[in-house]
Design a binder for this molecule. Structure first.
Ligand code: FCB
Length: 412
């Protein structure tokens, strides 16, 4: 029996400006990733968005989660939005709407304009009113083109990679105070922007607003090792609990109408080392320990069901699964990962969790931040060795297409 998803379910893919657009001027422009490459051209989606929308039509998705890059639109606090850049995004949104692909627009995805970074980024309180001003102008300009708004993508990842582990600009390590300050400021901006979005409304229908929380389970490999158990609890407390609490507005009800959840899997610690390939373990070593990973994280589909249940209970909000994906050259592995995670999502929905959509990360192979182009998350392959950056559907794209068109999956 195939597993059916609810009527009106949104099936989409997700991307972000820095990772695909190219020709961008933010803190990532001069950043050299571990593979020695930069995001300067990326997938050149800046010039090829029309072609990429055609690919999405072929994929059969009915939604697309994309970012609008703040650094393109404003060159100073309170300044007007650049008309030509805004017009380019409007054209992109119009083409999506015309193709029957509902856009979900992300306002902040790991990047700021240079003038925000020069002033200390989100450690400076001035970032909050500056962002609120940007969002106010953008929402007013786009209320006829957008109905679904995603304020912040993974403030937890942004702040922990930037201020705790030093892997994202500004590359700071062990700055717990800055981490918490940045999260707090973003949470404040999120709350204010959600109100602005709701007041502005959308001519396309009921407006929705929410942020996306990355949910990674942090666990000790051996729960009897006190240092690993403590370290995992610390990560869970800071990166999950603290961030969630800040964004859900504490005692007062949040202005958001939904909660976005990005789920990939889990990280287990052994003698304080995260058991994942990105921390130097080979797949073989990990498999020997019974830890099954893609090129980034441990797979843990059962954890998706429990995460969704917990997050729904805590937030009492409808959920969009705004990202899930798997990076590997092994398409059979990716197919199994997709099906197992969708089966877990289906169980959560059947158990009463109100999930309204699923976005596969990602439409294209792209610039994966500190790792550059070495992590292949795309449904479409991009040939980065050829200046034409040709796109081609991978086998997983055909599988996902079937899911989107039938609104169901066969049993994994
Ligand atoms: C998420 C990010 C996204 C991408 C995927 C693999 O944490 O939101 O930009 O890097 O992971």
């Amino acid at each position: 029996m195939p597993l059916k998803f609810p009527e009106q379910f949104l099936w989409g893919t997700a991307t972000s400006p820095t990772q695909i657009e190219g020709h961008i001027n933010n803190e990532w422009t001069d950043f050299v990733a571990r593979d020695g490459r930069t995001c300067r051209v990326a997938c050149d989606n800046y010039h090829r968005y029309a072609e990429d929308i055609e690919w999405m039509s072929r994929l059969g998705v009915n939604s697309y989660r994309m970012g609008i890059e703040w650094s393109r639109l404003q060159s100073e606090a309170g300044g007007p939005l650049h008309e030509a850049e805004l017009a380019r995004y409007v054209d992109q949104l119009d083409r999506l709407n015309a193709a029957g692909i509902v856009p979900m627009v992300v306002l902040h995805h790991f990047s700021n304009p240079p003038w925000i970074n020069a002033a200390g980024g989100w450690t400076n309180p001035a970032a909050v009113p500056a962002f609120v001003d940007f969002a106010t102008r953008l929402v007013a300009a786009l209320r006829g083109h957008v109905r679904l708004w995603n304020t912040f993508n993974e403030p937890d990842t942004y702040a922990s990679c930037g201020y705790l582990i030093g892997e994202f600009p500004p590359m700071r390590k062990g700055r717990l105070h800055s981490f918490r300050t940045v999260v707090g400021r973003m949470a404040e901006a999120h709350e204010r922007v959600c109100r602005i979005i709701r007041e502005a409304g959308s001519t396309l229908g009921k407006v929705e607003a929410g942020f996306s929380k990355n949910w990674t389970w942090f666990q000790p490999f051996n729960r009897f090792l006190p240092w690993d158990a403590l370290f995992a609890a610390f990560c869970h407390w800071q990166i999950n609990r603290f961030v969630l609490k800040s964004f859900l507005g504490g005692e007062t009800k949040t202005a958001a109408t939904f909660l976005g959840v990005n789920y990939y899997g889990r990280v287990r610690f052994k003698n304080l080392n995260p058991l994942v390939p990105t921390f130097g373990f080979s797949h073989q070593e990990l498999a020997g320990l019974g830890v099954e990973c893609d090129d980034m994280l441990e797979r843990h589909p059962a954890g998706l069901e429990s995460a969704l249940k917990e997050l729904h209970e805590q937030s009492r909000l409808p959920i969009y699964l705004t990202e899930h994906g798997c990076s590997s050259d092994d398409e059979a592995f990716r197919e199994r990962d997709l099906k197992e995670n969708l089966a877990a999502l289906h169980r959560a929905i059947a158990g009463g969790v109100d999930v309204r959509g699923f976005y596969y990360w990602s439409l294209l192979d792209n610039f994966e931040w500190q790792f550059g182009y070495s992590k292949k998350f795309g449904l479409l392959e991009v040939d980065f060795s050829d200046a034409r950056l040709l796109r081609k559907m991978k086998p997983l794209a055909q599988i996902y297409r079937q899911v989107c068109l039938e609104n169901s999956i066969g049993h994994p």
